[in-house]
Design a protein around this ligand. Structure first.
Ligand SMILES: [Zn+2]
Length: 336
């Protein structure tokens, strides 16, 4: 007999996830149609211009071309459709097993996560393969990877995992001497520059890497003030915090002095991050309306680095949790 919480999670999932998937399918269909229509229109315009040019010489009136296109558009499908290029074989292989694409496992061995994903056909190809239960070389339980999954049902293995190398020279204001993994640090600095260049102001790192031991202290303090149930909504248990990966950054907005994490969402910086952080490989990990899947109340300030390839797929697919992104079970609560 499912608990009330489980039943609610299931109901929410049915309500939330299904329409998103349908929307995604519709969008994909629309994109496919759009591309085909553009290709055919291009071919039509090309041949219309050629025909018109042959009849009238080089001086072609704009409306003549349009008339010709209009006339051709009512005819049956042209044979030119055959000229649309066939998909290349690398893309086809990537769709079936990204790990079988030449060079992919070598790049993973080298620790070059983003290039491995690009070589495997890109973020969406890898995501789709993982969601289908394949792509074993992209192991979601490997804490050293940008695709790693850490939530209430997936702990670090080993539970006291610590990333290396970490850096505290971030290229952004660092409020508490925090550190990040080098790739995440570089991406944060790049994003901070872009925010400033867009006139949205300055961001600072409020909290980056937190060790297993540090998290024991943070979580323990939350339990002392809120009780276990309250603490579990706002703080991860040790071994379950994304901050332990070195790939999570809590950021704040600064205008001279810096605001608190709670202030971020209402600032220009917070709006910029919600709209654009994916371009720099970051996602807002805990969004409003997805607590039953992510396990956390919304945290507009908590950014997770997943690399630019996956972040692009996350954005393009209109995903709102990493659990849905990889078609994993929701993680509303701890299992132990
Ligand atoms: Zn955080």
């Amino acid at each position: 007999m499912p608990s009330r919480r489980e039943a609610r999670a299931t109901a929410l999932l049915a309500a939330e996830v299904a329409p998103v998937r349908h929307a995604r399918a519709r969008r994909a269909a629309r994109i496919g149609m759009g591309f085909g229509a553009v290709a055919i229109a291009t071919l039509l315009v090309g041949s219309a211009v050629a025909v018109t040019a042959a009849l009238t010489g080089p001086a072609i009136a704009h409306d003549q071309v349009l008339d010709a296109v209009g006339a051709r558009a009512t005819l049956p499908m042209p044979e030119e459709a055959e000229q649309i290029p066939a998909p290349d074989s690398a893309a086809v292989a990537a769709a079936s097993d990204p790990c079988a694409v030449e060079g992919v496992t070598g790049l993973i061995d080298d620790g070059d996560d983003d290039r491995a994903i690009a070589a495997a056909g890109g973020g969406e190809a890898v995501r789709a393969a993982i969601a289908d239960g394949g792509a074993a070389c992209f192991a979601l339980d490997d804490p050293t990877r940008v695709w790693t999954i850490i939530n209430k049902v997936h702990a670090f293995d080993p539970v006291d995992y610590s990333p290396s190398p970490l850096t505290s020279s971030l290229g952004v204001r660092n409020l508490s001497g925090g550190s990040l993994r080098a790739d995440a640090a570089a991406a944060l600095a790049e994003m901070a520059d872009a925010i400033a260049a867009d006139g949205a102001g300055e961001i600072a790192l409020h909290s980056g890497y937190r060790s297993y031991t540090t998290q024991q202290g943070s979580y323990g303090r939350q339990v002392a003030s809120r009780g276990v149930e309250g603490a579990d909504l706002v703080s991860a248990r040790p071994g379950h915090s994304e901050h332990q990966s070195g790939l999570a950054a809590d950021v704040v907005a600064c205008n001279g002095g810096c605001g608190s994490i709670d202030d971020l969402a209402a600032t220009a910086q917070g709006e910029w991050i919600a709209a654009n952080s994916w371009e720099y490989g970051w996602i807002v990990r805990y969004e409003e309306g997805h607590t039953e899947v992510s396990g956390y109340l919304p945290e507009p300030w908590h950014l997770r680095y997943i690399g630019t390839e996956l972040a692009q797929a996350y954005h393009d697919g209109d995903f709102h949790t990493l659990e849905d992104f990889f078609a994993l079970e929701p993680a509303p609560d701890y299992v132990d």
